[in-house]
Design a protein around this ligand. Structure first.
Ligand SMILES: NC(=O)c1ccc[n+]([C@@H]2O[C@H](COP(=O)([O-])OP(=O)(O)OC[C@H]3O[C@@H](n4cnc5c(N)ncnc54)[C@H](O)[C@@H]3O)[C@@H](O)[C@H]2O)c1
Length: 369
């Protein structure tokens, strides 16, 4: 019998790709999602692509009664549900504390009550903030210097897991994602544009929308072409990293404690390189303007992914062109993302508990009709 997993935030950008891959790998999957930023349509499409169903609980991870039902028989949790917008977290920090920390505290308590002691946690490179030597790849022992409430909540989430591993002998793995980019190769699941603050979706939007232009913030950094260097990881690779982490947790009967891994490629790409990749993928030059540096942006933020390779045997395989090409396929085929969530969702999900009904014919152009 295959393991049963709970994925929180399984209808989100990364969660949908992960639920897809877990179903393909033969796991039984339960999803808890309140659809605050995720989309039911993402799960319909995952089910259509895989020919398998996850069990979906529509609701908030701060609802202990909902979690106790969702956790029945679960072997491990993959915890992705969170708010993730750095700028928004500066404006509404308390919302981030309540959801990312309050929600996670409830999840951990419910896991304890249900006797579930294995968890993979979505952390972020935002925990590092600016490092003393921005040219050096960042390893997991670098000091934590979150510079916004979002990064703070991710660092605190890791600390909670540290204590659960220590006090309750849990096995926990925190994955510090660098910059997830790209979409499922089918072009059917990807990052909704409404939640995209990152470079590639914004560049592709600038190509798609007649009146949009991309702003390139900072062209005078001490980097080869003057623009900032970042470590981008294909969402398909990122999802694979979760399966590697999960395999390690499920393989070990005794506590592994809490382990932390960077998930990046270790290869830096400048903004100009990304824009060139967008032009290669689309055949269109990204309309853009140069703008001053933004406060808080660093010249270079690149992962040292050695620990992930050494301890979990995982290595990212997909390069920048594959990331951008898949993002373009998604963006072009779904210009409005999954379409409006409310109030026009045509196939309402049961509140609380329930499996999604089998997918109807796939919607075209990402519009829910
Ligand atoms: N995308 C990135 O650039 C990035 C980078 C580093 C880390 N992360 C982390 O990865 C995780 C997933 O990110 P994503 O890009 O898929 O974001 P997303 O917003 O697309 O997905 C988050 C999902 O969680 C759900 N959710 C949020 N709060 C919830 C709650 N209280 N109860 C139930 N469901 C809830 C949302 O509806 C959504 O489906 C997050 O924890 C995020 O912090 C993302």
């Amino acid at each position: 019998m295959s393991a049963k997993l709970l994925v929180t935030g399984g209808a989100g950008y990364i969660g949908a790709q992960l639920v897809h891959d877990l179903l393909v790998a033969g796991y039984q999957v339960v999803v808890v999602d309140d659809f605050s930023t995720g989309h039911p349509e993402a799960l319909y499409r995952v089910h259509a692509l895989t020919g398998r169903q996850s069990e979906v609980f529509r609701g908030d991870i701060s609802d202990g009664r909902l979690l106790s039902r969702a956790l029945a028989g679960v072997d491990a949790v993959l915890h992705l549900a969170a708010y993730k917008m750095v700028g928004e977290s500066m404006v509404e920090p308390e919302r981030y504390f309540r959801n990312n920390l309050g929600g996670m505290a409830q999840l951990l308590e419910s896991m304890h009550v249900a006797g579930v002691s294995r968890i993979v946690y979505s952390s972020s490179a935002a925990v590092y903030g600016s490092q003393a030597d921005p040219q050096r790849p960042i390893d997991e022992d670098a000091p934590l210097r979150p510079e916004n409430p979002y990064g703070f909540t991710k660092a605190q989430g890791e600390q909670m897991l540290e204590w659960m591993a220590w006090c309750r002998q849990w096995s926990a793995i925190s994955l510090r994602y660098f910059n997830p980019v790209g979409a499922h190769p089918s072009g059917r699941i990807g990052q909704p544009q409404d939640g995209a603050a990152s470079l590639v979706p914004r560049a592709l939007q600038a190509i798609l929308k007649e009146d949009a232009r991309l702003q390139v913030f900072g062209t005078d950094y001490a980097t080869p072409d003057g623009t900032g260097l970042r470590d981008y990881i294909h969402v398909v690779d990122l999802s694979r990293a979760h399966l590697a982490a999960l395999g390690a947790l499920l393989d070990t009967p005794v506590s592994r404690g809490h382990q932390i891994f960077n998930v990046g490629t270790g290869r830096p790409h400048s903004v100009r390189e990304v824009l060139a990749a967008c032009q290669r993928a689309t055949g269109i030059r990204v309309p853009c303007d140069e703008a001053p540096r933004r406060p808080g942006d660093v010249a270079c933020a690149v992962a040292d992914p050695t620990r992930l390779r050494r301890e979990l045997g995982f290595e990212a395989t997909l390069g920048l062109d594959a990331m951008v090409t898949s993002a373009w396929e998604w963006c072009r085929g779904n210009p409005t993302g999954y379409g409006p969530i409310e109030p026009r969702a045509p196939r309402p999900l049961p509140l609380g508990r329930g499996s999604l009904p089998p997918s109807a014919a796939p919607t075209t152009q990402g519009r829910i009709k």
